[in-house]
Each structure stands twice: as structure tokens, then as C-alpha cells.
Ligand binder design. Structure first.
Ligand code: UDP
Length: 315
């Protein structure tokens, strides 16, 4: 049986990835220190024989007796609020955590996949962003802790590939949404849905003219699995190219929730990227992947999840 280790496996993306790997017949070791991940995301898996949870901070080395076939490094605070609150942990898990997991993969002769990010493009001067674009990142700004950690991680992955011959993959993940996001992680999708369901004003930062392109989580993990199974070493963007402004997005959430909430404007965070849209030509051609879930459908599922959370809170 193929054995896969997922760091950050109790997080939003990590837990969906654990589900997919189990569905594909892998056995899964999930490693998480639960600083932003949550037990609730994996509680449905804990009784399974083919699933193991290890509570561990991957910024310190991990030694395992089992033979591992795949190491997928997803551990990191991933929302701007989280990585601003946890800047040192973010830098450590992107640097030391990547080093430790690459070391593990090398020892085990396992395949390695890094969860990288569209943040490596920073506030992009090329639009949409192809993988060949080197980015526009402020290394000393508040977002630098995440962006530079991930850029370092990519460099480390390529060094292990070139110097040690580790089989490596790099996925650059664009904005993703779906069930299991934390309502208060500060990202725009959970923020607006939570605010709309509570009847609170939707906090649009700046004029809301900045754009994002949102991918539903099932599409995203499908793209990641295809990349893992491919033999592509160079980075591959995975995201949904359907782009909209943050203001349009707020209006869509109001429409889909039927909420009476108003829209209020707050200051734009420092270095907030003005535009973001993946060029997915490489994912299309190399992986045969295109996103399948329309934004309305994905948002309806996500809204239903947040409604359940809110009901549980009120019980
Ligand atoms: N944003 C917003 N209101 C919020 C949270 C976020 O207007 O309550 C904006 C934010 O400024 C950014 C976009 O929504 O332009 C996406 O933010 P998010 O934190 O989800 O992720 P990012 O793409 O910036 O990493």
C-alpha cells in the first residue's frame, strides 16, 4: 500500500488532501502541531486503520520507523492574519520545516511535493501570472514572512532535486475556498460569509477594486494529486482563472446568502496584491487539469458549512 505523509494535514487544504489520498487507496500519516490546524478537520478519519495522526511541529526534525512513499509539505500558517500573528513560526516552517521534510524524503527515497503559493509572485506586474514570472515581493514588508519563506522553500526543493536527486514537485496554489476554513482566519471568503450570516457589515478593504480568482477545494486537491502522480519537476500553478474584484465578490456573497448586511470599507493592508489570476496553461497541458466547480456551486457548499458551524455555536 502506498504510504503518504501530509504535514499540515489537520489544516484546511491538508485535511482535504488526506481525504483524497485515502480515497485513492493510500495510507496516510498526518502531521500537524495544531496551531492553525484543527482536530475537527480530521476527527472523521481517526478511527481508520489506514490513517495516523502525529502531533508534531515539523520545524523540528521528525523520525519515523515506517517507510514513506510520498511526503507532501502543507504545514504553514496561510492566511495574512495568521502569518502576521505567527511570523517566526511561518518563516521556520517554510525554511526549517521544508528542510526537515526534504531530509525525510531523501532518507526514505520518497517523492516530495511542496505546497507553494501565488504569493511568490507578490504584487504582480505581469497579469495573469505564468510560472515563468519571477514576482514582485517586498522582502521586509509584513507579508514577506510568508512570501520569502515559500520562495526559500522552492529554492530548497530544487536544490534537493538537483543535488540529491530527490523526486520533487512544486504546486503554486492560488486562493482556494471551501468547507473547513476557519470562520475567523481573516481570509476574504470565510470573513464575508461569516459576516453575511451574522448580519454584520462585510469589511471590504480599500475600494475593493483589487482582484482575486477563487478555486474550490475539490478542484484544487485534484490538481495537486495529478501533479504528485506526474513527473513534472518545475512549478505548476493550480487555481481557478475566474477573476473578480473583492467588491464584486462581496456582492456575490450577499446575493447567495440573501443577507441584509451592508458593505463597509476598511484600510487596505500593506502590500496587498492589486491583482491575481493564475495562468493555468501548464496545469492544462501537463496534468490535463481544469477546474470543474463553478463559483456559485462552490460558494453554496461553503455557505452551508458555515451555517452548520453557526447553528452549532448557537445550540
Ligand atoms: N479582504 C477584504 N476584506 C476582508 C478580508 C480580505 O477586502 O475582510 C481582501 C484583501 O485585502 C485581499 C483579498 O480580500 O485583497 C483577499 O484576501 P485574503 O486574505 O483572502 O487572501 P490574499 O489573497 O490576500 O492572500
Amino acid at each position: 500500500m502506498t504510504k503518504s505523509l501530509v504535514t499540515g494535514g489537520a489544516g484546511f487544504l491538508g485535511s482535504h488532501l488526506c481525504d483524497l489520498l485515502l480515497d485513492e487507496g493510500h495510507s496516510v500519516i498526518c502531521v500537524d502541531n495544531l496551531i492553525t490546524g484543527r482536530h475537527a478537520n480530521i476527527s472523521h478519519l481517526l478511527e481508520r486503520d489506514d490513517f495516523e495522526f502525529v502531533e508534531h511541529d515539523i520545524s523540528t526534525p521528525l523520525f519515523l520507523d515506517d517507510e514513506i512513499d510520498n511526503v507532501l509539505h502543507f504545514a504553514s500558517p496561510a492566511s495574512p492574519i495568521d502569518y502576521l500573528e505567527l511570523p517566526i513560526q511561518t518563516l521556520k516552517v517554510g525554511s526549517l520545516g521544508t528542510h526537515n521534510t526534504l531530509g525525510l524524503a531523501k532518507d526514505m527515497r520518497a517523492r516530495f511535493l511542496l505546497a507553494s503559493t501565488s504569493e511568490v509572485y507578490g504584487d504582480p506586474l505581469v497579469h495573469p501570472q505564468p510560472e515563468s514570472y519571477w514576482g514582485n515581493v517586498n522582502p521586509v514588508g509584513p507579508r514577506g514572512v510568508y512570501d520569502e519563506a515559500k520562495r526559500f522553500a522552492e529554492a530548497m526543493v530544487m536544490a534537493y532535486h538537483r543535488y540529491h536527486g530527490v523526486e520533487t514537485r512544486i504546486v503554486r496554489i492560488f486562493n482556494t475556498y471551501g468547507p473547513r476554513m476557519r470562520p475567523r482566519d481573516g481570509r476574504v471568503v470565510p470573513a464575508f460569509i461569516d459576516q453575511a450570516l451574522r448580519g454584520e457589515p462585510l469589511t471590504v478593504f480599500g475600494q475593493g477594486r483589487q482582484t482575486r480568482s477563487f478555486c474550490y477545494v475539490s478542484d484544487l486537491v485534484d490538481g495537486i494529486y495529478r501533479l504528485l502522480m506526474s513527473d513534472e519537476v518545475e512549478p505548476v500553478n493550480v487555481g481557478n482563472p475566474t477573476e473578480m474584484s473583492v467588491l464584486e465578490f462581496a456582492q456575490k456573497i450577499l446575493e447567495l446568502t440573501g443577507s441584509p448586511s451592508e458593505i463597509t470599507h476598511k484600510p487596505l493592508p500593506v502590500d496587498d496584491p492589486q491583482v491575481r489570476q493564475p495562468d493555468i496553461t501548464r496545469a492544462r497541458t501537463i496534468l490535463g487539469w481544469t477546474p470543474q466547480v463553478e463559483i456559485e456551486e462552490g460558494l453554496r457548499n461553503t455557505i452551508a458549512y458555515f451555517e452548520e458551524l453557526l447553528e452549532a455555536e448557537q445550540d
